[in-house]
Design a protein around this ligand. Structure first.
Ligand SMILES: [Zn+2]
Length: 195
């Protein structure tokens, strides 16, 4: 038998505490909610509020997801980080994720079966449906690329495509006070990949 020291996966760490009525991964409480309940909330909002709510959820996930990513870094080799995040996303029901590191200074992500695709969006903001995934990519991208990043959803399955495609890029350094703020301010550590 091969010796491995891999940390347990998310689904194996989850504790369903029926007495207390809660689901936990260590100190972090999770909430199971019907996908249609969540997306139904967005459907009920008028367009400007929907856009704001999606953006706010994305930002919240970027902050909380960054905390999760830091916990994964402590428990796993950095080289496995993207694999851990993709596995965790699948176990959370957030679709099937595949990262692409082929472009320098950029982290690409393709998601098949996004639970957020199908949320109505405005014609002028076609990429906003999967803002929660963009938020998580922002958190991860900042740590992988080593600085604040800008995230776009380039193609969303909401428009009828087979999958959603995202891209995180390092934010231009000189635009620190411009009108276009980087999505992520995470700059805590520059990760040395593969060590
Ligand atoms: Zn999408």
């Amino acid at each position: 038998m091969a010796m491995t020291s891999r940390a347990p996966e998310f689904k194996d760490r989850l504790v369903f505490d029926v007495e207390r009525g809660e689901v936990r991964d260590g100190p972090v409480r999770y909430l199971l909610i019907r996908q249609d309940s969540l997306t139904g909330m967005f459907r009920k909002l008028p367009a400007p509020a929907r856009r704001a709510a999606l953006a706010a959820l994305g930002q919240s996930i970027e902050e909380c997801g960054g905390d999760s990513v830091d916990r994964y870094i402590e428990a796993n080799a950095v080289a496995r980080l993207m694999e851990v995040v993709a596995n965790t996303a699948a176990q959370l029901g957030w679709g099937s994720w595949r990262f692409d590191e082929s472009r320098a200074g950029e982290l690409g992500l393709e998601v098949e079966n996004s639970p957020f695709a199908g949320t109505p969006v405005d014609d002028d903001a076609p990429g906003s449906a999967c803002a929660p995934i963009s938020g998580m990519l922002g958190a991860l991208g900042a740590r992988i690329l080593g600085g604040p990043v800008l995230v776009d959803e380039i193609v969303c399955a909401t428009g009828g495509g087979a999958r959603c495609r995202f891209r995180a890029r390092l934010a231009p350094v000189s635009r620190s006070r411009g009108e276009q703020k980087p999505r992520s301010a995470a700059k805590r550590r520059h990760l040395q990949r593969g060590v």
